[in-house]
Design a protein around this ligand. Structure first.
Ligand code: DX5
Ligand code: ZN
Length: 216
């Protein structure tokens, strides 16, 4: 399978979000990654339902919504109504992860689980068959533009083995500090989806930055 590219709009110019979305529509981006932060699970607050609803009106690609919020199970239907196609919750924020993953799928979305840099992939062994996506955070969640954590490479390799052993169809997404210096190695280790925020939106040619990641 050719890998997917999911630019994160966290680093976009919010005063010109429409233009960024048009750019993404025309680009080789596969998904649009949207970071939702609540100021409790992570030390930052970003966007919520009204903005996602408006993004949905313009976006021609699936919305990959990354929830960095406590008790994400409370808002599953609201994110579906807002337009999420893929909804990912943090392992660290989910007491009843199996129930939450089931509820996301019942609501008609693809279900993902995200793990922080300190969380070992082995904790996913008993849920891997149920999820469509595992997102490995390669920075501590909360902010764009942070430095990639090198340990993420081995986490991808270990997760790939868990997925294969369980005959799971889960995709491996990597989120944080992804750029042209680490993308090829991430794919070689087994990543299926690359999220990139700062690398894409700080580029003078975002469309080319996306194409460069896609063409690896
Ligand atoms: C961080 C977010 C990321 C972020 C990635 O908490 O989950 O999606 O936008 O941005 P970069 O690529 O700039 O690290
Ligand atoms: Zn994210």
């Amino acid at each position: 399978m050719k890998h997917y590219i999911a630019p994160s709009i966290l680093s976009a110019d919010f005063l010109n979000l429409g233009e960024s979305l048009q750019m993404l529509n025309k680009s080789k981006a596969d998904w649009i990654h949207i970071d939702v932060m609540d100021g409790v699970f992570v030390p930052n607050i970003t966007i919520g339902f009204p903005v996602i609803k408006q993004i949905k009106q313009l976006a021609k690609k699936p919305l990959d919504v990354h929830l960095m919020i406590v008790q994400p199970e409370r808002y599953i239907d609201r994110f579906r109504e807002a337009g999420a196609d893929i909804l990912s919750v943090h392992f660290e924020a989910s007491t009843h992860l199996h129930r939450t993953i089931s509820a996301i799928k019942t609501a008609g979305m693809k279900a993902g689980v995200v793990i922080n840099p300190h969380t070992n992939v082995c904790v996913l062994e008993d849920i891997i068959i149920d999820v469509d996506l595992v997102c490995i955070m390669s920075v501590n969640p909360g902010f764009g533009g942070q430095k990639f954590i090198e340990n993420s490479f081995s986490k991808i390799i270990n997760l790939k083995a868990i997925i294969a052993a369980a005959k799971s169809k889960a995709l491996i997404e990597v989120d944080g500090g992804v750029d042209n210096t680490n993308a090829a190695k991430l794919l070689k280790c087994g990543a299926d989806v690359l999220v990139a925020g700062n690398y894409v939106f700080s580029s003078k040619e975002p469309t080319k930055a996306i194409a460069d990641l896609k063409n690896l």
